[in-house]
Design a protein around this ligand. Structure first.
Ligand code: ADP
Length: 627
């Protein structure tokens, strides 16, 4: 038996390993199963190039829990190691890897921003074990080796009698890690980290009932067999070519990823690139409402089919973190913090590639079947609108597929919309006026008034729409967006014939004085000569102020500190209405005040502004009037 001392500069590296990444002890299993997978794939490669002259067979990796003996076994049928190789790879290479890793990260041990924690490799076993054994037999014709280490830098290395090729790692689980001896814990971890690893992983067995033979006698008792319980799918959809997969395959894979999710995805995007970086994956557009928060962290990041994390922030552009699916790339550095990741050139390229692929796919879907794309619009718009705001590259491509729906479910692209507006929606300065509503019910009367005049009214109801409108206006100087209740329609859109005022200038001045006597200061009174059928009193809220307020509420950076902006309203009074004449001609001041206040309340009511005490008083007063 050989004993020796691992070449360590830090004597106490094991306690350090244990303490390090305290919350992530569970990754030991991923690391050890990954090593088994690597060893198996290496063997396959050596056989394929004629270097190893052995049968590959159907190798699997087995994980066994021995609760009584407080041990976990990880057994592979890979290339194995000779005693010399154990000396070299475990005592020197693996150790220096672990040491280097600790050196680099011990200061940032609490920085949970380090993703993946790869690189600790074999020695992560000591995060849960007080003693580790390796029993390994190389594919080469050499005796098996048995290495034992109890966590101190001393180890023993002796011959073993293992005859089958491969490596068995035995973890003697430490007292503070006994939870890992629970079957449910281990199967949970295998399911999380190893679900799509490329070599079959066995954990326990299950019984299966054999089919009843055709000539079975009456009293036939069903025969059962014990079969290996393989917990993973070694060939997940993303590793295949898109041409090999049907729509149904993509949907099945979605179910495999999210077994608890009953809703089907709207469509998928298969990512597949090997130059200048390597990346595969499948992204799914789930049905999204107007809520941007709850859907995050559904994309899983893998490296060579090994699960790393479900926090892809910094790798996937932020607007796409609302999607679901998988990306697999060995080219993403994992031992860096999130901020380091964002500064990494390769990662930026990956992020840009994903953005471009998503835009291309959306364009293709739009071109292939516009009706279907329109039907899905409401469920995808939040991602696209957010993308236009946050990624310039995406904004540039968005014109080809982003839609602007009307309140009547017609869908325009921006170019189509401009063509349409040229017909009869321009303002005094010749700008195209995009009328829009944020809520069909709340702005119903305004929408109807606009439609009656033959105008198109869009329905733009995302929480971030005010930001997007602002951006589009800045970018398309010929466009101006106004919500239907922002101003009176006839003020917005240039009209050939101006309605003639029934009132003289003197009468108008008198009317204004009477009105201002009774109207609260928060309203600025505007007299307009309109169609006598139009509502006599209309409340509007200037577009600019309302939009700025909305933007500051939905995180516009609060650039002007407008969180507490006062509400500002206009009261537009139609001087051609009968009510305006009545107000003007009423001698009795009490009655005049009554008329003005009742009309103002009605206007407020139609804008959903009459609440609380004022509403109660209004209802009471109205009952009095019809008594
Ligand atoms: P890494 O896998 O990143 O190289 P590890 O510390 O996990 O680092 O392992 C160090 C080395 O030990 C591996 O490169 C490999 O040569 C050897 N090794 C570890 N586990 C096995 C195994 N199950 N079978 C064969 N060789 C192994």
């Amino acid at each position: 038996m050989a004993t020796g001392k691992i070449n360590v500069s830090v004597e106490n590296i094991f306690p350090l390993i244990k303490k390090f990444l305290y919350s992530d002890h569970e990754i030991f299993l991923r690391e050890l199963v990954s090593n088994g997978t690597d060893a198996t794939l290496k063997l396959k490669h050596l056989i394929s190039i004629g270097e190893a002259k052995v049968e590959y067979g159907n190798p699997i990796i087995e994980v066994k829990v021995d609760k009584e003996g407080k041990k976990i076994h990880i057994i592979d049928q890979g290339l194995g190691m000779t005693a010399d190789e154990v000396e070299k790879y475990i005592n020197q290479v693996a150790f220096s890897g672990a040491e280097e890793f600790l050196d680099k990260y011990k200061d940032s041990a609490k920085d949970s921003g380090i993703i993946g924690h790869f690189g600790l490799g074999f020695y992560s076993a000591f995060m849960v074990a007080e003693k580790v054994e390796i029993i390994t037999k190389s594919y080469k014709d050499e005796p098996a080796a048995h290495w034992t280490c109890d966590g101190s830098p001393e180890f023993t290395l002796e011959p073993a009698d293992k005859t089958s090729r491969g490596t068995e790692i035995i973890l003697h689980i430490a007292e503070d890690s006994l939870e890992f001896l629970e079957d449910s814990k281990i199967s949970g971890l295998l399911n999380k980290y190893n679900k799509f690893m490329p070599i079959p992983i066995k954990f326990g067995t299950r019984t299966e009932t054999l089919p009843k033979p055709e000539d079975a006698p009456e009293d036939y008792v069903n025969e059962t067999v014990e079969i290996d319980n393989i917990i993973n799918n070694p060939n997940p959809a993303w590793t295949k070519q898109p041409s090999e997969l049907s729509d149904e395959d993509y949907k099945n894979f979605y179910r495999e990823l999210y077994p608890m999710q009953f809703e089907e995805p709207l469509f998928h995007i298969h990512l597949n690139v090997d130059y200048p970086f390597n990346l595969t994956g499948i992204l799914y557009f789930p049905k999204l409402g107007n809520d941007m928060q709850i859907q995050k962290d559904k994309i899983q990041l893998y490296q060579n089919q090994v699960y790393v994390t479900d926090n892809v922030e910094g790798i996937v552009p932020e607007f796409l973190t609302m999607l679901k699916g998988v990306i697999d790339s060995p080219d993403i550095p994992l031992n860096v913090s999130r901020s380091g990741l964002q500064a990494d050139g390769a990662v930026k390229k990956i992020s840009n590639y994903i953005t471009r692929k998503v835009a291309d796919k959306l364009k293709a879907l739009f071109n292939e079947n516009r009706a279907d794309f329109e039907a899905k619009w409401n469920d995808i718009k939040i991602v696209l609108e957010y993308g236009m705001l946050s990624e310039e590259k995406f904004y540039e491509k968005a014109g080809a597929f982003v839609l602007y729906p009307t309140v009547d479910d017609k869908y325009f692209t921006l170019e189509e919309l401009k063509e349409k507006l040229k017909e009869n929606q321009t303002d005094k300065d010749g700008k195209l006026v995009v009328l829009y509503a944020g809520n069909k019910d709340a702005q119903h009367s305004y929408i109807e008034a606009a439609k009656e005049k033959g105008y198109e009214v869009l329905l733009l109801d995302s929480p971030i729409i005010s930001h997007l409108i602002q951006k589009i206006e800045n970018d398309n100087s010929g466009l101006t967006f106004v919500r239907v209740d922002s101003d009176h329609i006839d003020n917005l859109i240039k009209k050939e014939e101006n309605t003639i005022s029934k009132l003289s200038d003197d009468e108008k001045a008198a009317l204004k004085t009477s009105l201002e006597a009774y109207i609260p200061k928060a309203y600025s009174v505007q007299l307009e000569a309109m169609d006598s059928q139009a509502a006599p009193f209309i409340i509007t809220q200037p577009e600019f102020m309302r939009r700025m307020k909305e933007m500051s509420q939905t995180g516009g950076g609060g650039m002007f500190g407008m969180g507490n902006m006062p509400e500002m309203y206009n009261l537009v009074v139609n001087t051609n209405s009968d009510l305006a004449s009545s107000i003007l001609n009423t001698e009795d001041k009490t009655h005049q005040e009554h008329l003005v206040k009742q009309a103002l309340d009605l206007a407020k009511l139609s804008q959903n502004l009459l609440k609380g005490e004022a509403l109660t008083a209004f209802v009471k007063r109205s009952f009095e009037m019809i008594k």
